[in-house]
Design a protein around this ligand. Structure first.
Ligand code: R5P
Length: 281
């Protein structure tokens, strides 16, 4: 078995290869003069783990090219971050179910697929091959455990993220809650933990994705007003578009961290060991 990856997932892929005690396929990436992507894979094995986060269109095309280049091998697909998964239903007439459109692309060339904290697990049904989702909640809990926080409150920004936050909190035996938004007037909202008090303690807000950082920045400001000592933000997928990281720091967040499903400077935990374990099972 060997591991092969798209350009943007090579660090995570190398960690998966180490965890599987195997090697990587060397790949040369380039473009044709008209901008089309090209790649050339080195020597393949008869079984291959293909790793590629769908972060943008080029990453998706590169992944499809890799799958084609690996024809003849028994291929296992790993989608550490599956972009487009948030459009998981048709909210208005005329819209695509984008998650379904992406999942259906993997009809040929792969035997199975692993996703990591996919935004909505029901999307797995759209894959034409057996698809399994793994969660990094325990890994994130272990990461928080190294931060030296005293009696932290693990907080989900909404009830959709509560199950993930509970998994994170279970790793350290910490308190867990989720934020509830109360509308005070036409223009004013209050966000506060539903059951527990955030005063005089550190709070770690955890979510699957941080994109603009808007959700967490707004929450952090309110948590400080309610007396939290320090607010931290952790996510699995650090999409962090535009100035999201700075926006979070400017809102007073002490530290922002994510996993390496999208490789960032603040990638502090790795999905590699959990992915390797799922591939072995
Ligand atoms: C949405 O339901 C997701 O779980 C995240 O809460 C959302 O993507 C965060 O977006 P943003 O960082 O732009 O507020």
């Amino acid at each position: 078995m060997k591991v092969i990856s798209t350009e943007k997932s090579q660090i995570l892929a190398a960690r998966i290869a180490t965890a599987l005690n195997t090697t990587m396929v060397d790949v040369k990436f380039s473009r044709f003069p008209d901008g089309e992507l090209y790649l050339e894979a080195g020597e393949l094995d008869d079984e291959t783990v293909i790793v590629g986060s769908v972060t943008e269109s080029d990453a998706l095309v590169q992944l499809l090219l890799l799958i084609d280049a690996c024809e003849g091998s028994q291929n296992h697909l790993v989608l550490p971050y599956m972009g487009y998964a948030r459009q998981d239903k048709r909210f208005r007439d005329g819209e695509p179910i984008s998650a379904r459109a992406i999942a259906r692309l993997f009809k040929n060339g792969v035997e199975d697929c692993i996703t990591v904290n996919i935004h909505e697990p029901s999307v797995l049904k759209y894959f034409p091959v057996p698809a399994t989702n793994i969660s990094l909640a325990g890994d994130m809990g272990a990461c928080i455990g190294t931060m030296g926080l005293s009696n932290p409150l693990i907080l989900a920004p909404d009830d959709g993220a509560l199950a993930f936050a509970q998994g994170v909190a279970a790793a350290g035996g910490w308190d867990c809650d989720h934020l509830e938004k109360t509308r005070l007037s036409g223009i004013e909202v209050k966000m506060a933990p539903k059951k527990l008090c955030a005063a005089s303690r550190p709070v770690v807000i955890v979510d699957d994705i941080i994109s603009t950082g808007g959700t967490i920045a707004t929450a952090a400001k309110m948590l400080y007003q309610q007396g939290a000592t320090d607010v931290y933000a952790g996510c699995v997928h650090g999409v962090l578009i535009g100035g999201a990281y700075v926006h979070l720091k400017a809102s007073g967040i002490r530290d922002v961290f994510c996993s390496d499903t999208i490789e960032r400077g603040c990638s502090r935990l790795s999905a590699a060991v959990s992915i390797a374990a799922a591939l072995r099972s």
